[in-house]
Design a protein around this ligand. Structure first.
Ligand code: UT7
Length: 315
């Protein structure tokens, strides 16, 4: 037995709200199509805010809620596929901006929409070997800069934002029982990157990803319950990646999840990739639905293809 619990959370989104009506003036789409196929009503897009500013703001709020000093942090991981630059890593610049100690293990991690949970698992393992037992895990994205605003099938889906958690490791706490998976696949979901033949926009075969998601999420929930030894009834909130309301509803049906325990904020933020689970956790904590004594089962899925699930407790 040894593992992490969340001690504080934070989130930050850009000020600019982009509604479905705004997008319908840019591409051939309409609010009715977007809401019925995705549940998304609006999303936030950066207009000057940087990825680092969003991550820093979320991290500061998490540190404040945790009552933690930057000097207590031993590991800082930023999950992202859309940092401001290739190097320095966003986590390195957070070290500077937040005043983390120079021997803090700081790095970025790209597991797309599963990134925050990959990062929590990694932080749990690293903190076990660290002399400082607090970690800072951030999921942050500025996807608006990677969107082709002439492609109606993708530009309606994504948004910008960041979520953060300060986690604490103890030898006598249970592990988050993370289940991680990868099935390498370029065509169904990719962003080519600098120097490639294609422009660096998000490309997605929506139906293939949808099928992958509705098959993977229930399997992942089952695997996490089995690994953690928990029953469905032990879980207070199911926090699923906010990619599409229909995918969440399909998981509710297939796994017989209580709908009132399946948080949704996809209507307000769209799909924020690695930030999605982190923002939802922060909102649930601030609503009083999660906190000490509560247990969340989180699932992420997306590019890679990747998937990840874990049981999160709070201190
Ligand atoms: O975080 C990564 C994980 N990503 C996801 O989870 C995304 C998973 N996929 C999805 O959520 C859905 O596949 C989408 C929301 C992306 C698309 O929904 P769909 O029901 O699979 O639609 P479709 O791709 O089958 O397209 C149906 C029709 C097509 O027209 P035709 O060929 O039937 O005439 C599309 O051209 O809808 C059309 N269409 C649109 N119409 C209005 C595609 N995008 C739009 C749009 N507005 N924005």
């Amino acid at each position: 037995m040894s593992g992490i619990k969340i001690r504080g959370t934070g989130s930050a989104v850009p000020a600019k709200t982009v509604t479905n009506a705004d997008l319908s003036r840019m591409v051939d789409t309409d609010d009715g199509w977007i809401v019925s196929r995705t549940g998304i009503r609006e999303r936030r897009h950066c207009r000057g805010e940087t990825h680092l500013e969003l991550c820093g703001s979320a991290a500061r709020k998490a540190l404040e809620m945790a009552g933690a000093e930057p000097s207590e942090i031993g590991v800082c991981i930023v999950a992202t596929l859309s940092p401001d630059q290739f190097t320095p890593a966003a986590a390195c610049l957070l070290q500077r901006d937040l005043g983390l100690a120079e021997d803090t293990i700081c790095f970025d991690l790209n597991a797309a929409c599963s990134g925050f949970l990959f990062a929590l698992h990694t932080a749990e393992r690293l903190l076990g070997a660290s002399s400082r037992k607090l970690g800072l895990v951030v999921g942050g994205e500025v996807l608006s800069k990677l969107m082709d605003f002439t492609d109606r099938s993708t530009c309606i889906l994504f948004g910008d934002g960041a979520g953060a958690a300060v986690v604490e490791f103890r030898e006598d706490w249970p592990s988050i029982s993370a289940v991680l998976g990868v099935r390498g696949n370029y065509p169904v979901l990719n962003i080519p990157g600098a120097g490639g033949a294609e422009p660096s926009y998000i490309h997605m075969e929506g139906q293939a990803v949808y099928k992958f998601a509705v098959e993977t999420v229930p399997k992942c929930i089952g695997a996490v319950l089995e690994k953690s030894g928990h029953a469905m009834e032990d879980i207070d909130e199911f926090v699923l990646h906010q990619a599409n309301e229909r995918i969440i509803d399909a998981a509710v049906r297939r796994c017989h999840l209580p709908p009132e325990k399946c948080y949704k904020n996809v209507a307000r933020y769209g799909n924020t990739s690695s930030a999605s689970v982190a923002i939802a956790l922060d909102e649930l904590v601030r609503l009083g639905r999660l906190g000490p004594g509560k247990r969340a089962l989180c699932v992420g899925f997306g590019g890679g293809l990747t998937w990840a699930g874990a049981v999160i407790e709070f201190t």
